[in-house]
Design a protein around this ligand. Structure first.
Ligand code: PXL
Length: 274
């Protein structure tokens, strides 16, 4: 069985972050490890404000040492890494253990926070993580920031951003149009340095999309670990996450969660007690 690692933040509500990643890894039938970079908590009395508490670098390092004690992993993804020192530590382990498949989800701001990481961390993602990315998965806002193009409002602008991000070192770039792009279909742009592929799917009318981005990147990571090509892994991940959004779950009044088990109908596993 393939071993797969997520270096990401914790979302105790179980929709996004490393919880989404581990659930997705399990659905793909790979063995998941995690190293926590930060703990995100949400305030029900304060407009569901997201508070991010960063894990000290030594503790991130100790987790990574534990993970790699058994040798390297088949694939890893990074999500919310948070600050430059933790970004550099993640990068150091990627390099040291020569991880073959690396997915960088450049989490710069999550829905529910207007908070953008320090410009210094954006620079850290560009300098220390993107050069290792086999695939990177920025959303529209992140692609605008990383490329320096600002607001992206068309497929052409998404393509320009993808080209610039490719030049920063990512071998394959998926810019996710999501619900923000003014278009009838949900449009993602995939760029492998040679050709653009526009991936279209129905725009699902739902509020249950908390965790969609993390789940998508985790699915790509697991797909790469299982031997799919980057494009195949992205296409499969898109179907996986579309089902997760379609069958989203309402677990609190504040935000709707994707259901990571939807693609495989995991809720039917193990039966129910008589
Ligand atoms: O969806 C971005 C995201 C990533 N990682 C963690 C999060 C969130 C959004 O809430 O909590 C840990």
């Amino acid at each position: 069985m393939q071993k797969v690692l997520t270096i990401a933040g914790s979302d105790s509500t179980g929709g996004a972050g490393l919880q989404a990643d581990l659930k997705t890894f399990e659905e793909y039938g790979v063995f998941g490890f995690s190293s926590i970079t930060s703990i995100v908590t949400m305030n029900p009395e304060g407009g569901w404000f997201h508070k991010v508490t960063e894990i000290p670098e030594e503790l991130l390092r100790e987790q990574l040492v534990s993970v790699f004690a058994g040798g390297t992993v088949a694939a890893l993804k990074t999500g919310m890494v948070g600050n430059e020192i933790n970004i550099r530590t993640a990068s150091e382990f990627i390099r040291k253990y020569e991880v073959a498949h690396v997915v960088i989800d450049p989490v710069i701001a999550c829905k529910g926070t207007a908070q953008i990481l320090q410009p210094k961390s954006v620079e850290g993602i560009k300098e220390y993580l993107l050069p290792y990315a086999e695939v990177t998965t920025p959303n529209l806002v992140e692609a605008g920031i990383l490329s320096g193009l600002g607001d992206l409002t068309s497929v052409e602008e998404m393509q320009q951003a993808a080209e610039i991000i490719h030049r920063l070192g990512a071998k394959n770039v998926v810019v996710k149009g999501g619900h923000r792009l003014p278009s009838e279909q949900a449009v993602d742009v995939f760029y492998d340095g040679e050709a653009f592929t526009v991936l279209e799917g129905p725009k699902i009318q739902t509020n249950h999309n908390h965790g969609a981005g993390c789940t998508f990147a985790a699915a790509i990571t697991a797909g790469l670990a299982k031997g799919y090509s980057p494009k195949e892994a992205v296409v499969l991940a898109k179907s996986f996450v579309a089902k997760a959004i379609e069958q989203g779950v309402s677990i609190n009044p504040y935000v709707g969660h994707v259901w990571h088990g939807a693609y495989n109908q995991a809720e039917k596993r193990m039966g129910v007690a008589e």
